[in-house]
Design a protein around this ligand. Structure first.
Ligand SMILES: Nc1ncnc2c1ncn2[C@@H]1O[C@H](COP(=O)(O)OP(=O)(O)O)[C@@H](O)[C@H]1O
Ligand SMILES: [Mg+2]
Length: 275
């Protein structure tokens, strides 16, 4: 898929990929000196780190510290907010995603997002998945059937809905609706999934199902999840980034962050002293 609208002739590769060498692990996104503003509010401050491929990266930190802002900037959802602007780099496959030449529609297929509150369309389960596919020109019923089943299976929802595909998505439980939203995103064949507190509005059993699903999905996708649930972050993530007032205070292996953080602020946060 082409996310750059028009390749500039003299464009140079933007990545140095130094972290690949350091950690010997493939990198999905390289964040370089990223700053995000809403008017005068400097919401994300000079953030640099890299996000590993096929791993779960958790973003933690007190409310208002910039987690959602950072997450939304990755697939340019911040473009929709008047007054929002960014500088720096979010490098994905040698392309700076915050550049002017990005086809954001293509980008959002490649990097899909799921929000805190399940937001299925008021359509059938089947049509929730096929809506965007049809919009993208896939008309064959056979093809659509295959993608619907595949996406629902990947989202661990198929067995629960296979006999009611033409019922309204709104008849599903909250947890099922959220897995449907994940299935809908997977149908676009993304490589990265952005999840903004995807389980925080759900009951504990649905929450556990989403966690199991994330563990399964990371084999195939790169996952970045915002969570305010410390236990969830420590259970499901490989890497954890701790934000405070828009600053990336600490980024490390999740085990390290939760057992032996390097910074006092991180320790205070994970032990519940603030936030
Ligand atoms: N749509 C918006 N318009 C203006 N300011 C916003 C918007 N969303 C967030 N902010 C501001 O950006 C900062 C970070 O917020 P946010 O990214 O939502 O934090 P978090 O997800 O960590 O709770 C806050 O100061 C917040 O007020
Ligand atoms: Mg948020």
């Amino acid at each position: 898929m082409k996310i750059v609208m028009e390749q500039k002739k003299d464009s140079k590769p933007l990545t140095k990929q130094s972290n690949i060498e350091k950690e010997n692990k493939p990198v999905a996104l390289n964040i370089k000196k990223l700053n995000i503003y809403y008017g005068d509010n400097h919401a994300v401050k000079d953030v640099s780190f890299s996000i590993e491929k096929n791993a779960v990266t958790a973003l933690i930190g007190p409310s208002g510290c910039g987690k959602s802002t950072f997450l939304r900037s990755i697939n340019r959802m911040n473009d929709l907010i008047p007054g929002a602007r960014s500088t720096g780099g979010i490098i994905y496959e040698d392309v700076n995603l915050i550049g002017d030449d990005i086809n954001v529609v293509a980008l959002r297929k490649e990097i899909g997002m799921v929000f805190q509150k399940p937001n299925p369309f008021p359509k059938s389960i089947y049509n929730n998945i096929t809506h965007a596919l049809k919009f993208n020109g896939i008309r064959s019923k056979k093809k659509l059937d295959v993608i619907v089943e595949e996406s629902l299976r990947k989202a661990a929802l198929w067995d629960e809905v296979k006999d009611r595909l033409h019922e309204s998505a709104l008849s599903l439980s909250g947890g099922q609706q959220q897995r449907l939203c994940i299935a809908r995103t997977l149908a676009m064949k993304p490589s990265i999934l952005l999840l903004d507190e995807p389980a925080s509005a759900l009951d504990p059993i649905s929450n556990a199902k989403i966690e199991d699903l994330i563990m399964e999905l990371k084999k195939e996708y790169t996952i970045i999840i915002v969570t305010h649930n410390m236990h969830q972050a420590s259970r499901i993530s490989d890497k954890t980034a701790f934000f405070l007032n828009g600053v990336l205070v600490e980024f490390d292996q999740t085990d390290k962050i939760f057992t032996n953080p390097s910074k006092k602020d991180t320790e205070d946060y994970i032990t519940g002293r603030f936030g």
